[in-house]
Design a protein around this ligand. Structure first.
Ligand code: SF4
Length: 353
């Protein structure tokens, strides 16, 4: 069972500058303030009560934790040490920027038993980083990932396709450079235009055009396949829907969908299903077998994948059933004269998508 995450949002605290796309308060719906020891203990206790038996991970999100004054970092992480020692908290996680992870910081995080650091890398393309006013380089990201990994700290990398100056080719090249560093996991957030940001001004002025939803789905599908091929889990695709993000006037443009990750995975399954059904006689009646929990990914939102299969391959899908013994990326096709299996990893190389 995965640990329950107790999140503390420190929106923009520690950030040395404001990146063009970012407004953490609107994205996460939380104002930036450092929690006190009592507040943290009370929230952890409430989470433990609501999910008895589950291990607890405490996470600091939404700012640049390792650029906070060191005494603030020590105070926050220090307050959690007794809970770690007692076993009421199993692990600590925080998010930060690549240029805020020097050798001394890594040693400090080790001392404080931080298990996971999430790095906002966003892109490995220098022009994209410059146009997004990130204030760090791709080399900073490489140094940070290597230093954290050498210290035995898990590293999650966040990427944002669709930033100013980005393209599908640049996003995939960024991903390749990140995958070469063997991060522990990835989060992929297609760029959205949030009101009040510099990107919103560029969008209004016509100098920035966000990706269309279909473009982002295709690109993120390619990115997901590339990560799968390297054995790096993608733990999140698309921003978490929040009431703040969905408040009218907050999200101005961009490839937002509340179930973006499912759109991406569903699209990959559609491609695999159509590849499997391509040779069958027009009018065939078939059924598919899905891994545990993935029937809806095969069927698609609004049964869209089944309708597309009927249109493109002429097959009628009479049933999609679940087989928990199937690997998560594997599916089977059954029809009156046969049976075959295939895997998402059988799909063409990323460039072909
Ligand atoms: S993207 Fe990260 S570093 Fe940039 S403003 Fe937002 S929280 Fe701060």
């Amino acid at each position: 069972m995965r640990p329950i995450v107790v999140p503390f949002f420190i929106s923009h605290l520690g950030c040395p500058n404001r990146c063009v796309f970012c407004d953490q308060e609107k994205i996460a719906g939380a104002k930036g303030a450092l929690p006190g020891a009592e507040e943290m203990a009370a929230k952890i206790s409430a989470y433990r009560l609501s999910s008895p038996g589950r291990e607890v991970e405490v996470a600091f999100y939404g700012g640049t934790f390792t650029s906070l004054p060191r005494e603030d970092q020590a105070s926050l992480l220090g307050a959690l040490q007794p809970l770690l020692a007692a076993g009421s908290v199993r692990s600590l996680r925080l998010s930060t920027r690549p240029d805020a992870v020097g050798a001394e910081t890594v040693a400090f995080l080790q001392t404080m038993k931080v298990g996971t650091v999430e790095l906002g890398v966003q892109s490995m393309d220098e022009e994209v980083l410059r146009l997004s006013r990130r204030g760090h380089t791709a080399a900073d990201a490489e140094r940070a990932v290597r230093a954290l990994r050498q210290a035995g700290i898990r590293v999650g990398v966040q990427l944002m396709p669709g930033l100013p100056g980005d393209s599908a080719e640049r996003a995939l090249a960024s991903l390749d450079r990140v995958l070469a560093l063997a991060p522990s996991f990835l989060r992929i957030y297609p760029t959205l235009v949030i009101s009040g940001t510099a990107l919103a001004e560029s969008y209004r002025a016509g100098s920035y055009a966000p990706q269309r939803l279909g473009e982002a789905v295709d690109l993120c599908g390619s990115m997901l396949l590339a990560a799968m091929r390297c054995g790096v889990p993608v733990v999140r695709l698309g921003l978490q829907p929040t009431a703040e993000l969905e408040t009218p006037g907050v999200l101005l443009a961009g490839p937002y969908h509340p179930a973006f990750g499912q759109l991406v995975e569903s699209e990959l399954f559609y491609r695999l299903m159509s590849q499997m059904a391509a040779g069958l006689a027009w009018g065939s009646r078939v059924s598919f077998v899905a891994p545990a929990g993935r029937v809806s990914d095969l069927v698609g939102q609004g049964r869209r994948n089944l309708a597309r299969l009927a249109e493109s391959c002429g097959v009628t899908v009479t049933r999609v059933r679940e087989d928990p013994s199937l690997a998560r990326s594997r599916i089977e096709l059954e029809w009156s004269e046969g049976h075959k299996a295939a895997d998402l990893l059988d799909l063409p190389q990323v460039q072909a998508l």
